[in-house]
Design a protein around this ligand. Structure first.
Ligand SMILES: *[C@@H]1O[C@H](CO)[C@@H](O)[C@H](O)[C@H]1NC(C)=O
Ligand SMILES: *[C@@H]1O[C@H](CO)[C@@H](O)[C@H](O)[C@H]1NC(C)=O
Ligand SMILES: *[C@@H]1O[C@H](CO)[C@@H](O)[C@H](O)[C@H]1NC(C)=O
Ligand SMILES: *[C@@H]1O[C@H](CO)[C@@H](O)[C@H](O)[C@H]1NC(C)=O
Length: 458
């Protein structure tokens, strides 16, 4: 690898693509926002979000446990502590109980690979401030000094990079609920910048250099503007100089007011799923447990989305140009509960059959059908393919599609996972009716949702 300075000198001589590599980014949103998103991200479509930390020890209510208990004093959380812990028990006392005793990064990596996901995003630090690596800026409040006594981030990075073809990504919370320097800065209306200078920024540079994440998922601006965090300065370094400058993608949570407006791809809000096409790449980050990102022992079976609901999320999201980032919360001892593992493996089995309609696809001129509800489209223009994904198998055996215009003699209709071409007829002006094969349940190529590949339709 050439040092960046030398590379700059050679620039005029090298046939570098103009988009990445050659561009120098200024620490302004105008410049940073113009960076093309590295292509792997849009092709990937599906990633796994992992919320893990000290909040996984009480594993009650939500990963916001500390805040709800001590700041908002919500009775449910206050009473949980009263009923189960001694009166002087502090949140910090959960640290040593975060054992990760059964954590096996290879096992996790194999489950993620089986899910069909193409990237993961691990909470390297959530709002509680506990870092999953041995941060020198987080004395005695990190996974190497306390709890697991292991570099969790490193172990997972190695397992993902060594055993899978997934991209490795990190979530990082800019602010920390109760960090004294952050609270002082906040009291000064963010005129003081002690916290970002001595904590956030050093840690951000560190995790990028040390673990080379290809997704950097910022969160938690704490109400402070991007100038407080020096987000544009950091991102200019990330895009110009960092070891992941050519492949890293970031999101849009880089300071108050940046969400859905600045940065890399847009997340807009948690569980964002607009149901229509957006002009900018976006991601739907959502949870299998409807009510929490962290693991919680008080979740009942109906609190988890069913595989049908998850497939629907994926299909809708991808049809509208988004990526799905589906969250699981491991337990404090490092296991992925059977319900999360089952959902992940179910997604993988669905994608084995239907991945062709998801990965590396583009949006089509129409996102969902105008005649039959719950039909969503993707396309591969070069291959002259349009995919119609449908979530209900019609009782009549005929699927009415209002959008595709057939080309007589050229259009072909195939059900993914089924070998024979299907018969079809054209509707009057636009649209076709596909004759689905009469299959017994055990002959179905998959469950929960299906995809037709339409060749040569307009
Ligand atoms: C990576 O995988 C190879 C083969 O599976 C193994 O021999 C090696 O020890 C692994 N490296 C690490 C750092 O785990
Ligand atoms: C912001 O970050 C850039 C790049 O690291 C640095 O040059 C600049 O001094 C920083 N500005 C502030 C105000 O911290
Ligand atoms: C297509 O999707 C939009 C947005 O979700 C919805 O309003 C509309 O009803 C859908 N059309 C059909 C036919 O389901
Ligand atoms: C397609 O239609 C023809 C003529 O009606 C019929 O013979 C054939 O079995 C049908 N093929 C399939 C796969 O349904």
């Amino acid at each position: 690898m050439l040092p960046p300075a030398l590379l700059l000198l050679l620039l005029p001589l090298l046939p570098l693509p103009p988009a990445l590599g050659a561009a120098r980014f200024e620490p302004t949103w105008r410049s940073l926002d113009a960076r093309p998103l590295p292509a792997w991200f849009d092709r990937a479509k599906f990633g796994i979000f992992i919320h893990w930390g000290v909040f996984s020890v009480p594993s009650f209510g939500s990963e916001w446990f500390w805040w709800y208990w001590q700041k908002e004093k919500i009775p449910k959380f206050v009473n949980f502590m009263k009923d189960n812990y001694p009166p002087d028990f502090k949140y910090e006392d959960f640290g040593p109980l975060f054992t990760a005793k059964f954590f096996n990064a290879n096992q996790w990596a194999d489950i993620f690979q089986a899910s069909g996901a193409k990237y993961i995003v691990l909470t390297s630090k959530h709002h509680e401030g506990f870092t999953l690596w041995g941060s020198e800026y987080s004395w005695n409040w990190n996974a190497v000094d306390e709890g697991p006594k292991r570099d969790i981030v490193k172990e997972l990075e190695v397992a993902i990079r060594n055993r899978t073809d997934l991209h490795f990504g990190l979530y990082y919370s800019l602010f920390e609920w109760f960090h004294p320097l952050f609270l002082e800065d906040k009291f000064s209306l963010f005129h003081k910048r002690q916290f970002p200078v001595s904590k956030t920024l050093p840690e951000l540079y560190k995790i990028v250099n040390k673990y080379q994440p290809e997704v950097l998922w910022a969160d938690g601006d704490g109400g402070a503007p991007d100038v407080y965090w020096n987000s544009t300065g950091f991102l200019a370094w990330l895009y110009n100089e960092s070891p992941v400058r050519d492949t890293v993608v970031t999101n849009d949570r880089w300071g108050a007011g940046t969400i859905c407006k600045h940065g890399g791809y847009y997340t807009c809000s948690d569980r964002y799923n607009p149901g229509h096409l957006l002009p900018h790449k976006w991601e739907n980050c959502m949870t299998i447990d409807k009510f929490s990102w962290g693991y919680r022992r008080d979740a009942g079976i109906h609190d988890y989305l069913t595989i049908e609901e998850l497939v629907e999320q994926l299909v809708e999201t991808v049809a509208c140009g988004g990526n799905l980032l589906m969250n699981i919360g491991p337990t404090q001892d490092g296991t992925i509960s059977a319900i999360f593992e089952e959902r992940l493996r179910q997604m993988g089995s669905w994608l084995k059959v239907n991945g062709e309609a998801i990965y590396e696809t583009h949006t089509w001129r129409s996102q969902n059908d105008t005649v039959t509800p719950d039909v969503w489209y993707t396309s591969k223009p070069k291959e002259k393919l349009v995919y119609a994904m449908f979530l209900k198998w019609p009782t009549s055996g005929q699927l009415f599609l209002g959008q595709p215009k057939a080309t007589p003699g050229a259009t072909e209709v195939k059900l993914l996972g089924h070998s024979q071409l299907l018969n079809w007829t054209a509707l009057k002006d636009s649209g076709i009716v596909a004759e689905l094969p009469p299959l017994a349940p055990h002959q179905m190529p998959c469950e929960w949702g299906w995809a037709l590949a339409l060749t040569n339709v307009l």
